[in-house]
Design a protein around this ligand. Structure first.
Ligand SMILES: [Zn+2]
Length: 360
């Protein structure tokens, strides 16, 4: 490298070097969090009032980022009543954690995250769950999947743990149909957007409830010949199937390859990254994986010369992803439980929705 090169070279956007150069101090990280968690200016998380001021005590140094509400006199910072509530970690560590999780398509295990952040594995596990808490669309802000939507169901996560007897040390739950493992319904629109949710059973009623929540009624559903999906799809504009048993995988534009690759992403993340996912937390991992998958944009190029169309998949910039995540922070909470684990307290006030993972 030539003399002075290191000083001149601008870090590439979305690189680790770029992140550290852009937010070098705790102060800059705090300003970033304040601008993204409160996109319309600071407001009190206790009562919702925007009549707030930066708290300063005369002659004394007060806590960084402390605000006071003029209406209810409550004090708060940008992390109060968010998943980062009462954190003792610097916001720079949170920013790095957000970066590491958002740039890895299949996620990061808490062991690796802990090493990268310089914190203990249980702390990293809690950080990851706090970030995961912001990945679901419980407020229904995202538009429904439309046009052509491929649907599939799959098994994921650990089978329920049974009581081990003196003679049977291991409990074997076979994979595939009829297994006791939790099931996940997946939907992938041809425009690139996706959704997935843990379902109680892959019957028409549960699949139907999933489709009602995520798919527009004027969509064309495509799937394999699964009977539950076929029955649930009757409520939609049209339904086309391919029969895998007859060696059919795609008939022209009728196929469910995208839904199947989405299902395999879930499985690869479980096998390669998270390993053991309990039924209790499964929806949260699914939410995380879907959030990241939805950060992809399909860009279509058409050649002027011969009109050939090519598609390219590009992830949105880290800044944009972070903005979408942190604007959901207020009202979503993860707290430490007395036993050293985590607990998910109920919504802070009317108007804040319950986490989808809290319902079944
Ligand atoms: Zn207040």
């Amino acid at each position: 490298m030539g003399r002075g090169m290191a000083g001149k070279r601008a870090p590439r956007v979305n690189s680790l070097e770029w992140l550290e150069a852009k937010y070098p101090t705790e102060d800059s990280a705090r300003r970033l969090f304040e601008s993204l968690i409160w996109p319309h200016g600071p407001h009190c998380p206790h009562c919702g009032s925007a009549e707030v001021w930066r708290f300063r005590k005369k002659g004394r140094k007060s806590r960084a980022g402390l605000f006071e509400c003029r209406y209810c006199s409550g004090q708060f910072t940008v992390t109060t009543k968010t998943p980062m509530h009462a954190t003792k970690l610097p916001l720079k560590v949170w920013l790095r954690a957000l970066y590491l999780i958002l740039i890895s398509s299949k996620g990061v295990s808490s062991v690796i995250l802990g090493k990268q952040l310089g914190v203990r594995q249980p702390t990293a596990w809690k950080i990851a769950h706090a970030i995961r808490e912001m990945t679901d669309d419980r407020d229904g802000d995202e538009p429904l999947l439309g046009k052509i939507v491929e649907v599939d169901t799959t098994f994921m996560g650990a089978p329920p743990r049974k009581k081990k007897s003196r003679f049977h040390k291991y409990v074997w739950n076979p994979p595939g149909k009829g297994s006791a493992r939790p099931q996940v319904a997946v939907a992938a629109s041809r425009d690139g957007r996706v959704a997935a949710a843990v379902i109680e059973k892959s019957d028409a009623q549960n699949v139907g409830r999933f489709l009602d929540r995520f798919v527009s009624k004027d969509a064309v559903i495509m799937s394999d010949d699964d009977r539950a999906i076929s029955r649930a799809a009757k409520a939609f504009k049209e339904h086309s199937t391919v029969t895998h048993g007859d060696d059919q995988f795609a008939i022209g534009s009728v196929h469910a390859n995208r839904a199947e690759s989405l299902a395999s992403l879930l499985k690869r993340a479980q096998l390669g990254v998270f390993h053991f996912i309990s039924r209790k937390h499964l929806q949260r991992y699914v939410d995380e994986l879907m959030f990241r998958r939805n950060q992809r944009r399909v860009i279509t190029h058409q050649s002027i010369k011969d009109g050939t169309v090519t598609q390219e998949i590009r992830y949105r910039n880290f800044d944009d992803q972070l903005a979408d995540l942190l604007k959901r922070a207020v009202g979503r909470q993860v707290r430490r439980s007395r036993s050293g684990g985590l607990e998910w307290p109920p919504p802070i006030a009317p108007g804040f929705a319950l986490a989808p993972s809290a319902s079944p």
